[in-house]
Ligand binder design. Structure first.
Ligand code: FES
Length: 169
């Protein structure tokens, strides 16, 4: 579950970005220069660019925006729009809200774990799918619901999960 403070690992110095990655971060910082409230937009742009928030990029943001690294990490770990780890090309989210759960989303999650070959929170070695859980995505009438790349699929039958994943390369 996200949108609650996450336990974060200690802030360790990390491997640097590639020259191209550094240039991208610099370009994003330059675009938001002078806006003291720009931390979240900056993190959004970095997340969009890299598909996650590389630790080295967070260090650069902290240094350049003169924000304590722990605060940058706290914000980065709070929002479910951000990922601190590399993610797959497609994000699969299984709703474990009450309506979905009573209609079998727990079993759906197990089936998707089996289909993808990862536990919840993981990304398959091919980098195709990242599997997550969410709480009520607002379409309880369609329970059990699964969201892939922001597209909601409702009343997903247990035996159709592989077909569903097959639509996404
Ligand atoms: S509980 Fe799943 S959409 Fe509401």
């Amino acid at each position: 579950m996200r949108n609650v403070p996450q336990e974060t690992p200690p802030f360790q110095p990390s491997e640097g970005l590639t020259p191209d990655g550094t240039a991208r971060v610099e370009e994003i910082l330059a675009r938001h220069q002078g806006d003291p409230g720009a931390l979240i937009p900056v993190l959004q742009d970095i997340n969009d660019t890299f598909r996650y928030l590389p630790r080295a990029a967070l260090e650069t943001v902290a240094s350049r925006m003169e924000i304590p690294p722990a605060e940058v990490l706290r914000v980065a770990s709070f929002y479910n729009a951000f990922s601190l780890e590399p993610v797959g090309r497609h994000i699969v989210e299984v709703c474990l809200g009450t309506a979905c759960f009573v209609r079998g989303s727990g079993l759906l999650l197990e089936r998707l774990e089996s289909n993808i070959g990862v536990k919840t929170g993981g990304t398959d070695p091919q980098g195709r799918f990242t599997l997550r859980t969410v709480r009520c995505i607002g379409c309880c009438a369609l329970a059990p619901a699964v969201r892939i790349d922001g597209i909601t699929f409702g009343k997903v039958p247990l035996d159709r999960t592989a077909d569903l994943l097959g639509r996404f390369e």
